[in-house]
Design a protein around this ligand. Structure first.
Ligand SMILES: Cc1cc2nc3c(=O)[nH]c(=O)nc-3n(C[C@H](O)[C@H](O)[C@H](O)COP(=O)(O)OP(=O)(O)OC[C@H]3O[C@@H](n4cnc5c(N)ncnc54)[C@H](O)[C@@H]3O)c2cc1C
Length: 471
C-alpha cells in the first residue's frame, strides 16, 4: 500500500483547463499536483484538435494564395501529397508549445505526474502509471479536467483507416481524393472547408437543412456558397442509413433518402463525449448526467463542494478558450479568491474558410428578446482592406436594440473574423453605444472599418424609423 502524498490541490488532466487550474493554484502559493495520463501535456487541444487542425488550415490557405498568384499556371497538388508535408510545421509548433508549457509548470513549482487517475474517495486519488505501479494522493480540492473524445455512434464502423474520427483524421498518410464528412458541426465544417481548399472532393452530410444551426444562418449561407464554389458539396436534411468500407477502394454511405455517396475516406464528426469512465466517480459521490458530462454551478463546483470540474467534460461549448477560463475560475473559487462575474458572453470562433465569429445576441435571438432590433451590415466587398487582400466575400452584422442605441451582438464571416470579433466583445463588455463606433477613428485600410460602416447603417435605419413615426 502506497503512502498518500498530500497536496492542497490535485488537478486531473493537463489540457487547457487543467493547466490553467494548476497554474492558478500555484500562483496562490498552494501545493499542486497535476496528473496527466499521456506523455505530453496540452490535451486534445495540442495533439489532436486546435493546433493540428489550424496548422493544416494554414497550409491550405498558403497554397490557395500560391494558386491564386499563379493563376496563369496549371497549379495543382500532386495526387500523392502526404498529409505530413502539409503538417510540416506541426512538430515545431507542438514542441514550442510543449516546452513553453513545461517551463511554465516547472517555474510555478507544480508537481507533474504521468498516469491514469481515478477516485478512491472524495479526497483520495489513485494514479496508475504505464508500468502498472500505483500511487495515492490526497487533497482538499480536486479539479477534474479530463476533457473529451469523439463521439462515434456504434452503427458507424470507425476503423481509423478508411473511416476516421477527428482524433485519427490527420494520421492519414495521403491527402484523399474524396472525403465524406458526417456531421455539420464546428469540426465537420472546419475540416470540410480545409480539405476542399486542398483539392479533395468533399461531401458534407447532416440531418439539418444547413450546418452550424447555432450560428447566424446568413453567415452560414455565405460559408456554404464559398465552400460549394471551392468544389465542396453540402447534403442537408439527410439521415445516414449505413456506412461500410467496400473492401477495395471506397467508403460507401447509404442515406435514408436512398442516395449513396462513395468516397476514399470518411470523417465522422458527430460531437464529443466527456472522459468520465476511468474516474470511478461514484467513489467520490459523483454521477455523470444523462449527457455523460458532469454538472457544475457557475464556479465550476460539482455537487461535492470541494470537487470542481472544468473544460470539455462539463459540456458545450467545447472550446479551449472556455476551458482555460473555467480552470482558472474553479481554483479561484476554491481558494476564496475573487472570481469576478462569469463572462456572460463567450466569443465563438469557427475556423472554417472563410472564418466565422460571434459574440452576444445574433439577429434571431435579438428578435426573440426585443421585438424589433436593428441590424447593421458591412459587406467586406465595400471595404478597402478586403479589396486589397482579394480575400473575397465577408459580412459583419451589428445587432442593436430597437432604438439603435445599445450594442447587443456582433456576427462576422470572412477574413480575420475570429480576431475582429474581439473589438465587439470589448464594446459589449463596456456597454458601448452604437454611436461610439462612429465617433472612433479606425485605421485605414482595416477590416475593423466594418464596425463603423455597420454602425452607420444602424443609425441610417434609426433616422428612417424616426421619420416614419413622425409622418
Ligand atoms: C479538431 C478540433 C479542432 C478544435 N479547434 C478549436 C479551436 O480552433 N479553438 C478552440 O478554442 N477549441 C478548439 N477545439 C476544442 C479544444 O481542443 C478543446 O475544447 C480543449 O482541448 C478542451 O480542453 P480540456 O482541458 O477540457 O480537455 P483536453 O484538452 O481534452 O485535455 C484533457 C486531458 O486530460 C487527460 N486525461 C483524461 N482522463 C484522464 C485520467 N483519468 N487521468 C489523467 N489524465 C486524464 C487527457 O489525456 C488530456 O490530456 C478543437 C477540438 C478539435 C477536436
Amino acid at each position: 500500500m502506497n503512502t498518500p502524498t498530500v497536496f492542497d490541490i490535485i488537478v486531473i488532466g493537463a489540457g487547457p483547463a487543467g493547466q490553467k487550474a494548476a497554474i492558478q493554484g500555484a500562483k496562490a502559493n498552494k501545493r499542486v499536483a497535476l496528473i496527466e495520463r499521456e506523455r505530453g501535456i496540452g490535451g486534445s487541444c495540442v495533439y489532436r484538435g486546435t493546433i493540428p487542425s489550424k496548422t493544416l488550415r494554414e497550409s491550405a490557405l498558403h497554397l490557395d494564395v500560391l494558386k491564386r498568384a499563379s493563376a496563369a499556371f496549371e497549379f495543382n497538388l500532386r495526387p500523392d501529397t502526404q498529409i505530413a508535408t502539409l503538417l510540416s510545421r506541426l512538430e515545431d509548433v507542438v514542441k514550442a508549445h510543449d516546452t513553453f508549457m513545461s517551463q511554465q509548470l516547472r517555474r510555478n513549482g507544480i508537481f507533474l505526474f504521468h498516469g491514469r487517475a481515478r477516485f478512491v474517495n472524495d479526497r483520495v486519488i489513485e494514479m496508475q502509471t504505464v508500468d502498472g505501479a500505483s500511487q495515492r494522493f490526497t487533497a482538499d480540492t480536486i479539479v477534474i479536467a479530463t476533457g473529451s473524445r469523439p463521439r462515434n455512434p456504434p452503427e458507424i464502423p470507425v476503423d481509423h483507416e478508411h473511416i476516421l474520427d477527428s482524433d485519427s483524421l490527420l494520421s492519414m498518410i495521403y491527402l484523399p481524393r474524396s472525403l465524406t464528412i458526417i456531421g455539420g458541426g464546428v469540426i465537420g465544417c472546419e475540416y470540410a472547408s480545409i480539405f476542399s481548399l486542398l483539392g479533395t472532393q468533399v461531401t458534407l452530410v447532416d440531418q439539418a437543412p444547413a450546418p452550424l444551426q447555432f450560428m447566424d444562418q446568413e453567415l452560414v449561407r455565405q460559408f456554404i456558397t464559398i465552400f460549394e464554389r471551392q468544389g465542396g458539396h453540402y447534403l442537408g436534411g439527410q439521415k445516414v442509413h449505413e456506412v461500410r468500407w467496400d473492401g477495395a477502394a471506397h467508403v460507401v454511405t447509404k442515406l435514408a433518402s436512398g442516395m449513396t455517396v462513395k468516397s476514399e475516406k470518411m470523417l465522422v464528426a458527430l460531437g464529443r463525449q466527456a472522459n468520465v469512465e476511468d474516474l470511478n466517480l461514484s467513489a467520490a459521490g459523483l454521477q455523470a448526467t444523462a449527457k455523460g458530462t458532469l454538472s457544475v454551478n457557475q464556479f465550476c463546483q460539482t455537487e461535492v463542494p470541494h470537487i470542481y470540474a472544468a473544460g470539455d467534460m462539463v459540456g458545450a461549448p467545447t472550446l479551449a478558450s472556455k476551458a482555460m477560463e473555467e480552470g482558472r475560475r474553479a481554483v479561484r473559487h476554491a481558494l476564496n479568491l475573487p472570481v469576478g462575474d462569469a463572462a456572460s458572453t463567450i466569443p465563438l470562433g469557427i475556423y472554417t474558410i472563410p472564418e466565422m465569429a460571434s459574440i452576444g445576441l445574433d439577429e434571431k435571438s435579438a428578435r426573440e428578446r426585443y421585438r424589433d432590433p436593428l441590424v447593421g451590415r458591412a459587406k467586406f466587398e465595400e471595404i478597402a482592406r478586403a479589396q486589397i487582400s482579394g480575400a473575397g466575400h465577408g459580412l459583419l452584422k451589428m445587432v442593436a436594440d430597437p432604438d439603435g442605441e445599445r450594442l447587443l451582438g456582433i456576427q462576422i464571416v470572412g477574413d480575420s473574423a475570429t480576431e475582429l470579433v474581439h473589438v465587439g466583445q470589448l464594446a459589449l463588455q463596456s456597454t458601448a453605444t452604437i454611436e461610439s463606433f462612429i465617433d472612433n477613428v479606425f485605421n485605414f485600410p482595416t477590416y475593423a472599418e466594418a464596425y463603423r460602416i455597420a454602425a452607420l447603417d444602424i443609425l441610417g435605419q434609426v433616422a428612417k424609423r424616426r421619420s416614419a413615426k413622425a409622418a
